[in-house]
Write a protein that binds this ligand. Structure first.
Ligand SMILES: [Zn+2]
Length: 503
């Protein structure tokens, strides 16, 4: 039986266009999804849009639009990322979907029945930017540190609360039994000490007359659900809960990606909510860093946004995918600007894989009429390279996996310079055959290694190597990574350069 792999991104709010932080998150999820598919696993890859809450309601009002119509328009922009970034997600959930809203109501009822939801007076400072209440200790000079331009709202009203405090021990137990539940370790430590510090019950509803844009609370017309409560449930409603339990049981638990600002919601609040309705915890949570642009935290108000779609225009889909995925060390903040991106593109792609493929195929044409020479054994220890690459991807250490491939490309360049095929052509054709075969077959391996990151490039290389794309697509890694896949006599089809240099 095939292994199952269910992965999801967080759902971005639809009040702004997709930014590079989310683009990187969804690309990382895409790499994992493609990787596990290539391993031969059955994969379900979920993403979508978070469409409730005050921020979205106000934005639509500001624009004089109907809120649902506004959401429809924005959700479409996120859905279009599929084509624009060549993403392979299987499901796109919107929190305004009827199925989802139905699931959320059922979730509420079960949590209520378990004694975990109660009503009390509520007086807080609320950041509309985060859609979260802020405690005094979180504020910087009386403002939300993530939204220093926005005033906090004081709210006092009767609200429903979730009995978060009840789950402290169970959460600590979960972390103890699953030391890699949150990756990287630094974030695991952060959430553990947050939970150890004691948990306050949190509000999960808003008065409908103040904030009508949410899922209605069952059996209480005056309240709608708090946007976080509603949105988190998507990770189970996306796979059929509670109506299609066969589908749900097939896929659950999930591997979740999230940004570090979502750490509490995903790895503590959401896990407690799952416990409350008797569902096992998520499988694993990978936490990303922010990407800094021009040395500052990326934000529209600071006017220094690099849009992922602009990156696609400048560098092509795979160029943009590569740069976004490789834009920093996993889990850490990263600085980005156009100059750095261009340099990296030229160094790693134009002069790297692009040059190696063009150079090798040109030699194969020149010396052997474009026919692949007789096979000889591997000299690059590719088995080890494959192992390193796969292990790095599994822990979402994408830059390490990419580094492994780039190392292999450099080794090939060095090999060409040392063996000097232009000299061999004059005095040792046998040796020249061996050198060219090793290069061509290593390039075939490289194209498989980059397939999860740069799927289009992998296909182009297959075609240039004279392989049948349809046949290649049916292979899994297991088959593909055997040395000798490229057969003698195959006629290569040198094509256009993979990554033209950008000046
Ligand atoms: Zn905020």
């Amino acid at each position: 039986m095939k292994n199952k792999f269910y992965i999801t991104t967080t759902l971005p709010y639809v009040n702004a266009d997709p930014h590079i932080g989310f683009a990187r998150e969804i690309l990382e999820a895409d790499v994992l999804a493609r990787f596990y598919r290539l391993l031969g696993d059955e994969v379900f890859f979920n993403t979508g849009t978070d469409e409730h809450g005050l921020k979205i309601h106000r934005k639509a009002e500001e624009l004089g639009q109907d809120t649902q119509a506004y959401c429809d328009l924005k959700a479409k922009i996120f859905l279009e990322l599929k084509e624009k970034l060549n993403l392979s997600f299987d499901n796109f959930i919107r929190t305004t979907d009827e199925n989802h809203k139905k699931a959320v109501k059922e979730f509420w009822k079960r949590s209520l029945a378990n004694g975990d939801i109660y009503k009390k007076m509520y007086k807080i400072k609320y950041c509309v930017g985060c859609e979260l209440e802020k405690t005094e200790s979180e504020l910087v000079e009386g403002k939300c540190p993530l939204h220093p331009n926005m005033d906090l709202e004081a709210i006092e009203e009767e609200n429903y609360f979730f009995r978060f405090s009840k789950y402290q021990d169970q959460l600590l137990e979960l972390y103890k039994n699953n030391p890699e539940f949150v990756v990287p370790q630094k974030r695991m430590n952060e959430i553990r000490s947050f939970v150890e510090g004691g948990l306050d019950d949190f509000s999960i509803s808003r008065l409908k007359k103040k904030m009508p844009w949410g899922v209605p609370v069952p059996d209480d017309q005056d309240h709608v659900m708090y946007v976080w409560f509603d949105a988190l449930v998507n990770y189970i409603s996306a796979i059929g809960w509670p109506e299609d339990m066969k589908k749900f049981n097939k896929w659950w638990p999930v591997v979740q990606l999230c940004g570090k600002d979502n750490l509490r919601q995903q790895s503590a609040m959401w896990q407690a909510m799952l416990m409350s309705v008797g569902i096992s915890a998520s499988k694993q949570i990978f936490v990303n860093g922010f990407i800094n642009v021009g040395g500052q935290k990326m934000s529209k108000s600071l006017g220094n946004v690099i849009s992922p779609l602009e990156m696609v225009e400048k560098f092509g889909i795979d160029g943009a995918r590569y740069l976004l995925l490789n834009s920093g060390v996993f889990g850490e903040d990263t600085d980005l600007n156009w100059e750095i991106l261009k340099e990296k593109y030229n160094a790693d792609l134009a002069n790297g894989v692009g040059n190696l493929v063009a150079r090798t195929l040109a030699m194969c044409e020149k010396y052997f009429d474009g026919k692949v020479p007789q096979a000889v054994p591997d000299i690059n220890n590719l088995e080890k390279k494959w192992k390193n690459c796969e292990e790095a991807i599994k822990v979402l250490s994408i830059h390490e996996a990419i580094g492994e491939v780039n190392g292999l490309i450099s080794a090939c360049d060095k090999f060409i310079n040392e063996e000097a095929p232009w000299k061999l052509a004059k005095n040792d054709v046998k040796k020249l055959e061996e050198v060219i075969y090793i290069l061509l077959e290593t390039i075939r391996h490289i194209s498989w290694m980059v397939a999860p990151f740069m799927p289009e490039t992998a296909d182009k290389i297959f075609e240039q190597l004279g392989l049948d794309l349809k046949e290649e697509k049916e292979k899994s890694f297991k088959e593909a990574k055997k040395w000798g896949g490229l057969k003698a006599g195959t006629v290569i089809k040198r094509g256009e350069g993979l990554f033209p240099r950008i000046e």
